[in-house]
Design a protein around this ligand. Structure first.
Ligand SMILES: [Zn+2]
Length: 231
């Protein structure tokens, strides 16, 4: 029975190592996805910012052309012959100036927003740097764990034939049959104070007696696990 307990402990360890080796690549992939999302968020912020910056430059160009227009109109003012023409020009100059001052206000507002953006972007970037290095640290830890698990698995798998050789062929067959049916990969159940630790059921006295005799393999009637007495 001791041999079987050792084999079960070994098989459980191998099962857990294999499961972990399956989980790690997916976990790494998820973390890499998280890092990419961070970068995309910053790129999106930059696109919005670029748009504001371009709009601000356009406003400044509009202001410049408005000012040139005013200069031209003022020059024409000196060449006008009639009062009517003069009044029309003055009116045009005034409305251009009004438009310019509106544009200036808009440009100023955009400049504020651009500056505000620069500050915000810097904060976001710093925050992301922290997040990204934390993500990278997690990825590195997972990769180290993966290497260690692979090495441990390789070493463990070599031990199995030795451990199995101590157990009789018939017992081994029963053990493996039960093992294949158990999702938790536990074919053995310890018995403590008359209770099967595999399913928490109280066992009949006759079963306990049989266990004490220790001649046959005893199966729990409730959970079908191979029972053994824990010292
Ligand atoms: Zn049981």
């Amino acid at each position: 029975m001791n041999g079987l307990v050792d084999l079960q402990a070994h098989d459980l360890l191998v099962h857990r190592l294999k499961k972990r080796l399956q989980e790690i690549p997916a976990a790494v992939k998820k973390l890499e996805g998280d890092a990419r999302k961070e970068e995309e968020a910053l790129a999106e912020l930059d696109r919005k910012f670029k748009h504001e910056e371009v709009t601000q430059k356009e406003k400044e160009l509009e202001i410049k052309s408005g000012e040139e227009e005013v200069k031209k109109l003022q020059k024409r003012l000196m060449e006008v012959k009639t009062n009517k023409e003069y009044t029309a020009l003055i009116h045009e100059i005034d409305s251009t100036k009004v438009r310019i001052s509106q544009l200036e206000e808009e440009a100023l507002r955009l400049m504020d927003s651009v500056q505000d953006f620069r500050r915000r972007r810097e904060e976001v970037r710093k925050n992301q740097d922290k997040k990204k290095s934390a993500i990278q640290a997690s990825i590195n830890a997972l990769r180290e764990e993966e290497t260690a698990a692979r090495q441990a698995l390789e070493a463990e798998e070599k031990k199995r034939p030795v451990l199995a050789s101590v157990v009789s062929r018939e017992t081994l067959r029963t053990y493996e049959q039960v093992l294949n049916k158990k999702a938790d990969h536990k074919a053995l159940a310890a018995v403590k104070a008359g209770v099967c630790k595999g399913c928490q059921m109280r066992l009949p006295t006759v079963t306990i007696d049989q266990l004490h005799k220790g001649t046959d393999l005893i199966i729990c009637e409730n959970c079908s696990r191979i029972l053994y007495l824990e010292d």
